[in-house]
Every structure is written in structure tokens, then in C-alpha cells.
Write a protein that binds this ligand. Structure first.
Ligand code: PLP
Length: 383
């Protein structure tokens, strides 16, 4: 069994993907070929954003957004404590101070009330200027934008949506990657929409930021001429091969993969109900794109032993994430390390992500559920 079955997806889409790759090879426009612009138009339309700028990866996408806002030393950027490292790495690398905020145990996403407390505390300390919130759409589910957006507006903060795991999800029918003043995503192969290497994108409705990001993604070019460099930038492009592959995959994603992965989640929900494992919850009004199906284990369960037992039976599982952001070595001895995030600490001890994706079969779900519930560590409590 695969944790995320990319081979199966390729088998299903092989004729179209092979043809798309062949076309790029024949045209030989490997950088900024016509497929890149075509994909950007399709992505912008799908998400419902005015501009889409593709780039080299999801980490660069966050960095490009922060650079467009000139975020740096002396600025406070609020980031959930329970996320992939890049969400905090990017603002810190720009010189800003990350203020890590605890999450909700039900949604795994930033707790809006604790966000506001953290903003007020930074204001009271008077050392840093609160500048932006990076809200992460963890495991396929959008952050709580109904609560976070008004807090950003009230306190004059920019909102960056890190939609690396959220692409394809919706909140009140509105697509992920359209909630931030700037939103970003990743096309890392295992993300909800993945390419065959690294890739990313930035979304915004703001013309000025979009133009600025297009410039700094290509060495600070002025207008269309990349040899006229009006500012310092970086080299962060999505190459034509990845764009061509993504065009095929976006169609499958839109046509059936998001629906299918939701079926898989429903099978897990059914197979694991009343077993003592705490199942992921999707709040009213949200549709997840299920980057992960993450259960929580009761605290008395030996997670490592359970994982080993499952592995013996050929069932791969993962721990996203084993360490709170504020405890990462990179933040030792910084203001960021002082965060108080008990929920994140607890989640890091108890989460377990199960094999997931649109190509997981109902039979596979039954096998995983049977293995989980047959383990001697199985919780006896029935909720
Ligand atoms: C994967 C991921 C990123 C970074 O994307 P890359 O394409 O790997 O650089 C950023 N934020 C989150 C939440 C992610 O899961």
C-alpha cells in the first residue's frame, strides 16, 4: 500500500500526460513556454483570483508574497504553531519575527481567538510592528477565514493564505487560495494538486503586487525584458514541462479527484467511527481537499508501536507534525521560541496520518481500519 499513490494516478492519466510531455519536448520551449501562461489562466479561473503567477515551489511563493509587502526586520508575522516549517521559515528568512499561534484541536488550524490575543500582546510589548498573518490551510481544509479576516482588518494586518495543502478545498463555496490578500500554493508531488517535481503559485487580485511579483520572480525584470533589471529579485519559475503536466492533472483534479478523495474520507469516517480514534472534523460550510486524513490517538496509546505494527502489515503512516514550530532548533533563543501552544504540543504527540488520496480503494480503507482496530493498543473507550 502507498501512503499517496502517485503511480496509480499516472497509470490513469498516462496517455494525456505522455502526450503533453511529448509536445513540450518537440516545441523545446522549456522555460516560459505557452503552457505556463495557459496554466496560469486556468488556475486563476479555477481559484477565482484575478492573477496567478506560477513559481518554482510553494516556499518561494510565500517568499514572493512577503517581498511584495516588504516584510522584514522589526515586523511581526503571525503563523500557526502546527504547520510545515516553510510557513515560518519564509518570514524569518526575510528578517521578520514569527509569532507562533496555537491551533484548534478539531480543525488543526489557527485559533482565531488566540491570534487576536497574540496581536494585542505584541502591540502591548511595543517592540515589533504587527504586519501580517500567515493562515495555513492544513491537511486540505481552509483556515477559519470567517474569523481571521475581520481580525486582520481590525488590526490593519495583511493576510497571506498558505494554501499549499488547501488547494481544491472550499469555504462557503469559495475556493481555497482566494482568501488571502495574497494566497500561495505548492505543486510538490504529494500535495492535493502535484506536479512531477517542484512547483508553486501565487494568487492575488491586486494588480500592483502581481506585477511586482512577476518582476522579482525573474531577477527583478522591468516589464517584459528580463535583461533590464530594475530591482533585485530571484529566479523562481515553473518550467514548461511541469506546467504541461499540471494542465492534465488540473483537469482530473477538477473533474473527479476532489470528489473521489472526499468519498475516501467518508469511507474512513464510517470504518473508524466508535473505535476510540478521534476522527478529523470538517466544519459546516467547508469542503476539504484532504491533503491528509489525520486521526488523533488517545494519549495512552503507544504511537510508535502502533506505527510499527501497521508497517509490518504493509500499511504506511506518517506523523505531520512531530514538533511544534516554536520548538524547532532554527528558532532557539528568539522571541518566536517563547510561544505558549499547549494544543499544538498535544497534537504533535497524538496525530497519525493514514494512506490517503483519490485513488485509495474502499478495500484499502477496510484493511487500514481493520489493522488499526485490531492492534493490541486499540483504545477500549467507545465514544
Ligand atoms: C509543502 C508546504 C509548503 C512548501 O511548499 P514547497 O513546494 O515544498 O516549497 C509550504 N507550506 C505548507 C503548509 C506546506 O505543506
Amino acid at each position: 500500500m502507498q501512503f499517496r499513490d502517485l503511480k496509480k494516478q499516472y497509470q490513469v492519466l498516462q496517455p494525456q500526460i505522455d502526450a503533453a510531455i511529448q509536445e513540450v519536448l518537440c516545441e523545446a520551449r522549456f522555460i516560459s513556454g505557452p503552457q505556463v501562461k495557459a496554466l496560469e489562466d486556468e488556475l486563476a479561473a479555477y481559484v477565482g483570483a484575478k492573477h496567478c503567477i506560477t513559481c518554482a515551489n510553494g516556499t518561494d511563493a510565500i517568499t514572493l508574497a512577503l517581498k511584495a509587502w516588504h516584510i522584514g526586520a522589526g515586523d511581526a508575522v503571525f503563523v500557526p504553531d502546527f504547520t510545515f516549517f516553510a510557513s515560518g521559515e519564509c518570514p524569518a528568512a526575510e528578517g521578520a519575527s514569527c509569532i507562533f499561534v496555537d491551533v484548534s484541536p478539531e480543525t488543526f488550524n489557527m485559533d482565531a481567538q488566540k491570534l487576536e490575543q497574540a496581536i494585542l500582546q505584541v502591540k502591548a510589548e511595543g517592540q515589533l510592528i504587527p504586519k501580517a498573518v500567515i493562515a495555513v490551510d492544513l491537511f486540505g481544509q481552509t483556515a477559519d477565514y470567517d474569523a481571521i479576516r475581520p481580525i486582520c482588518e481590525k488590526h490593519g494586518l495583511l493576510l497571506l493564505e498558505d494554501g499549499a495543502q488547501g488547494f481544491g478545498g472550499t469555504l462557503h463555496g469559495q475556493k481555497a487560495c482566494s482568501f488571502g490578500d495574497i494566497s500561495t500554493t505548492s505543486f510538490f508531488p504529494a500535495k492535493p494538486l502535484g506536479c512531477y517535481g517542484d512547483g508553486g503559485a501565487v494568487f492575488t487580485d491586486n494588480d500592483e503586487w502581481a506585477a511586482y511579483i512577476r518582476s522579482i520572480a525573474v531577477h527583478g525584470k522591468g516589464g517584459a525584458d528580463k535583461y533590464n533589471n530594475v530591482r533585485l529579485g530571484m529566479n523562481s519559475r515553473l518550467d514548461t514541462l511541469q506546467a504541461a503536466i499540471l494542465q492534465v492533472k488540473l483537469k482530473a483534479f477538477r473533474d473527479y479527484e476532489v470528489a473521489d478523495v472526499n468519498k475516501v474520507a467518508a469511507w474512513y469516517d464510517e470504518a473508524l467511527k466508535n473505535t476510540g480514534f478521534i476522527l478529523p472534523t470538517v466544519p459546516q460550510g467547508m469542503v476539504s481537499s484532504w491533503a491528509q486524513y489525520t486521526v488523533r490517538l488517545p494519549e495512552d496509546i503507544d504511537r510508535a508501536a502502533l506505527q510499527a505494527k501497521l508497517k509490518e502489515q504493509g500499511i504506511p503512516t506518517m506523523i505531520y507534525y512531530a514538533k511544534p514550530m516554536h520548538k524547532q532548533g532554527a528558532f532557539t533563543n528568539t522571541r518566536s521560541a517563547t510561544a505558549d501552544c499547549p494544543i499544538t504540543e498535544q497534537l504533535c504527540q497524538t496525530v497519525l496520518a493514514l494512506p490517503m488520496g483519490p485513488y485509495v480503494t474502499q478495500e484499502a480503507v477496510q484493511i487500514v481500519a481493520a489493522a488499526l482496530t485490531a492492534c493490541p493498543q486499540q483504545p477500549l473507550i467507545v465514544f
